[in-house]
Design a protein around this ligand. Structure first.
Ligand SMILES: [Zn+2]
Length: 324
């Protein structure tokens, strides 16, 4: 953070999208801090962050004529000082659609997997009511997510080869997810509902473990490129909005796998402990599934923000201040 300096002159203005009410006024290595740059007026079009008035032609030391917000505040909020150094992206529209499919597919699949569990609780156990429609929805949602993960393979020009390899490995993780998902589905057929039945459905638990291992491989595989994507969004990169961290999701998936493992070992621990271990396992799985679903939901929001930044990049300083 040593490359960032605070500007303490000028009144910090409240900015939209910042619920703390004060704007953190920080600059990267912006060239306009020098005296000759301070006399410059905006030659490019730049809407005021408060009222939307076009500040074109106004000195960067001045304030918005409509609402008196400092021009500097708008520049800091809207202009991405690094956007010129980013490597060009191939087909931003296609990458955006794929990225969105990746995240929303994961979210829809997670919700579709939840619904039979909610039905199971509502039915109070007994025979499994096999809701075919939800596993079909989950299947196609996973397909959409797998296809969408192609967005991580080679989005930028001149990408480091190891990142491409890792992203491809991550995409391969979907094979495990599919085998696990189909296995879970097969193991549920004709069986009692998995969490209210007296006996543990071992096949189903093993397949669930496989599916979760696949989720972790996907998450870790796409992570390096996902971080490159995050950099493209000024709001995400600067922490102006919260973003979902992939390591947190990996940890959450591991908790779920731990839950499955506890259910598997429960019959082999002393009898007094068996019920406790097994129920703790279920608790781990419920918490993990819930947090994973929430994680996918915020990944949808993040990929929307990233997509917007890819399709409509934030203006560069050069665009706003004009060529020297
Ligand atoms: Zn204004």
């Amino acid at each position: 953070m040593s490359d960032k300096r605070s500007i303490d002159s000028g009144t910090p203005e409240p900015s939209p999208g910042d619920d703390k009410g004060t704007m953190s006024v920080r600059l990267g290595n912006l060239p306009f801090e020098t005296e000759e740059r301070l006399g410059v007026s905006l030659s490019g079009s730049l809407p005021c962050i408060t009222c939307g008035y076009d500040l074109k032609g106004i000195s960067i030391r001045s304030v918005c004529p409509e609402c008196a917000t400092t021009v500097r505040a708008t520049i800091l909020f809207r202009v991405d000082p690094r956007s010129e150094v980013f490597r060009p992206i191939f087909h931003p529209e296609i990458i955006t659609v794929l990225l969105f499919a990746w995240a929303i597919g994961a979210l829809v699949a997670a919700i579709a997997v939840w619904i039979p569990r909610i039905e199971e609780v509502a039915a109070g156990g007994g025979a499994m009511q096999y809701a075919r429609i939800w596993s079909t929805v989950a299947f196609w949602a996973i397909v959409a997510s797998a296809v969408g993960s192609a967005s991580f393979i080679f989005p930028f020009r001149s990408m480091r080869p190891w990142k491409i390899v890792l992203a491809a490995v991550g995409m391969g993780g979907y094979a495990l997810i599919f085998i696990g998902f189909m296995g879970v589905r097969r193991a549920e057929l004709g069986q009692a509902a998995p969490y209210s039945a007296g006996a543990l459905n071992i096949d189903r638990t093993l397949m669930r473990l496989l599916m979760m291992a696949g989720v972790i491989i996907v998450l870790l595989g796409v992570r390096p490129v996902a971080r490159e994507f995050v950099k493209r969004s000024l709001a995400l990169r600067t922490g102006r909005v919260n973003r979902q961290t992939i390591f947190a999701m990996v940890a959450v998936a591991l908790v779920g796998m731990m839950g499955d493992a506890m259910r598997l070992v429960a019959p082999h621990v002393p009898t007094a402990m068996e019920a406790v271990v097994s129920q703790l396992g279920v608790v781990c799985i419920v918490i993990s599934s819930l947090l994973l679903t929430l994680g996918f939901a915020s990944a949808v929001v993040d990929s929307w923000r990233i997509g917007m930044a890819l399709v409509v990049p934030t203006p560069t300083l050069r665009e706003v201040l004009g060529e020297e």
